[in-house]
Design a protein around this ligand. Structure first.
Ligand code: COA
Length: 178
């Protein structure tokens, strides 16, 4: 990473850019949470270990990761994981990403989640994201690229569809973050 940023969100959560020494931890987290370091969205494979990322540090330990990519003034969140849920880690990572994306001139942040992930749908919508598109049945295509994608996901719901969420940045934003 050529940019070094750190932002203390509370007395307990520090958000910082990834460092070389985080590589092993990032790989293991991605494999544990997404069955591989490869994340497939919209028919495209992303090696999340090679992407820009922020880590959350809680009490000196790594507690969350957001990976992302910027293309044509749009920022795609490729993965977001919190290891200590419901204490603000996810929000802190997302807030940091929004600041970073704005500073890079991005007009839009977007991501793809799956139909089973009601936690993510709630989390993002409560923070100003809107559903931008529904891609019924496209996980079948994703599985061809990444056979590790399980048939069933959260709450035993069959994983079938991609859902694209987006948030517009800057003066055009109509919904305030929580
Ligand atoms: C979605 C996810 C990233 C959220 O992370 P998180 O660290 O739990 O997020 P937060 O703690 O910021 O917010 C979660 C909830 O905790 C609540 N919360 C935050 N701090 C709190 C505190 N100190 N006390 C009580 N509740 C708190 C928030 O209000 C929020 O509730 P809401 O969503 O109903 O508003 C996490 O559930 C996760 O890793 N999921 C699995 C991977 C995934 O699906 N990623 C997203 C798709 S890419």
């Amino acid at each position: 990473m050529d940019r070094v940023e750190a932002w203390m969100t509370t007395s307990e959560i520090l958000i910082r850019t990834k460092e070389r020494s985080d590589s092993h931890w990032i790989s293991e987290l991605l494999k544990a949470k997404w069955a591989s370091v490869r994340i497939v969205t919209r028919g495209r494979i992303h090696d999340a270990t090679k992407l820009a990322a922020f880590l959350a540090i809680v009490n000196g330990s790594r507690a969350g990761l957001i990976t992302y990519r910027v293309e044509r003034r749009e920022c795609q969140i490729v993965s977001l994981n919190s290891l200590v849920e419901n204490m603000g880690v996810g929000k802190a990572l997302l807030t940091m990403l929004e600041r970073d994306a704005s500073s890079r001139g991005c007009k839009r942040i977007w991501l793809v989640t799956t139909n089973d992930n009601t936690d993510a749908l709630r989390f993002y919508q409560k923070r100003g994201f809107r559903i931008a598109a529904l891609y019924p049945g496209t996980i079948r295509d994703s599985r061809r690229l990444k056979p590790e994608i399980p048939m069933k996901g959260l709450d035993d719901i069959p994983i079938l569809d991609e859902i694209e969420l987006e948030k517009t940045l800057g003066i055009h934003q109509t919904i305030s973050p929580q």
